[in-house]
Design a protein around this ligand. Structure first.
Ligand SMILES: NC(=O)c1ccc[n+]([C@@H]2O[C@H](COP(=O)([O-])OP(=O)(O)OC[C@H]3O[C@@H](n4cnc5c(N)ncnc54)[C@H](OP(=O)(O)O)[C@@H]3O)[C@@H](O)[C@H]2O)c1
Length: 285
């Protein structure tokens, strides 16, 4: 059985991934309590002790607005610490799988188009900047996959779907309708990660989201439709949202990630609506 060092094994993605991988791999999971990725010596020692075939990093500072005010900490976790893991992978001849984000792009691409992996990153938010540094550091591992995901939700964490279900008792719900992307279920991202581990395609960056695109407003309407909720959903512009929440970080207008490269590797993620339907079956049980 191949060994996997799974870092961030109790996060929303990491928790689900751990459960799934344990059926096929010998998984050694770490959490912030057992391994702080900012502690270089600890990261190198853990990797040496485990001697893994794969190292997967699901740990991150994921509070997008929090990154604006806690930039130094976010940069250490999302950016600098990734170099520790890349070095650990290199020293142990392990393959490094690192999770990144659509926020590495500025989102200014024509919304009719989707970003491909070879397009230049130009992060605008603090979160995007720190994650982009993380990508550059992940690429220092000789064998690496950087999987950029977006709009992630899963059973094991706070997420947009849960928030929309919670606020559905309100008279109406107002949601931004001019930011475009792919809602992505952790289950689909786990399937993509497992396929990458099985197929081991060419190393590099892979856009890794559910198939298809919508807006946050479209996403909310679908959540309510599938959950049988009748609460009216009112479309807002990003400007209207920002005026009401001036402390919020700017979000990219276009977060559409092309899955062409993933398809070429023989990996075909589920459509976002189908993944959402499956998720809601569990969430609403
Ligand atoms: N959520 C999204 O919408 C989204 C979108 C695009 C990309 N992503 C990326 O997807 C990946 C997984 O996200 P997620 O939503 O599953 O994140 P999550 O639930 O916030 O999990 C991240 C985990 O990392 C841990 N952690 C934080 N600092 C650490 C450190 N210094 N050392 C070790 N562990 C540390 C956290 O511990 P504590 O909870 O104890 O702090 C948490 O368990 C991340 O790389 C994220 O950037 C997420």
């Amino acid at each position: 059985m191949k060994k996997v060092l799974l870092i961030g094994a109790d996060g929303m993605l990491g928790g689900e991934l751990r459960e799934r991988l344990e059926k096929k791999y010998e998984v050694i999971g770490t959490t912030l309590e057992t391994l702080d990725i900012c502690d270089k010596n600890a990261v190198l020692a853990k990797a040496k002790e485990v001697a893994p075939y794969f190292i997967i990093n699901c740990a991150a500072y994921t509070n997008v607005d929090g990154c604006e005010v806690n930039y130094d900490l976010a940069n250490r976790v999302n950016g600098e610490a990734v170099e520790n893991i890349a070095q650990a992978a290199k020293e142990n001849d392990a393959t490094f799988i690192h999770i990144s984000t659509d926020y590495v792009f500025d989102g200014k691409l024509d919304v009719e188009k989707a970003y491909t992996e070879d397009m230049s990153a130009n992060p605008v938010s603090a979160y995007g900047k720190t994650k982009y540094l993380g990508e550059q550091n992940a690429a220092k591992a000789e064998k690496y996959y950087i999987l950029r995901t977006a709009w992630l939700y899963g059973l094991g964490g706070k997420n947009f779907v849960k928030t929309m279900l919670r606020v559905s008792n309100n008279e109406s719900v107002s949601v931004v309708d001019d930011q475009h992307g792919s809602p992505t279920c952790t289950t689909t991202l786990c399937e993509i990660i497992e396929a990458i581990m099985e197929k081991e395609p060419e190393y590099g960056i892979y856009h890794s989201t559910n198939e298809g695109f919508t807006t946050w407003c479209g996403f909310t309407r679908k959540i309510y439709e599938l959950a049988g909720i009748k609460t009216p959903v009112i479309a807002l512009t990003s400007k209207e949202y920002k005026d009401a929440h001036p402390e919020s970080s700017d979000r990219p207008t276009n977060s559409k990630l092309s899955k062409e490269k993933l398809h070429q590797a023989g990996i075909f993620p589920a459509k976002w609506e189908d993944a959402l339907q499956e998720y809601l079956k569990e969430e609403l049980k």
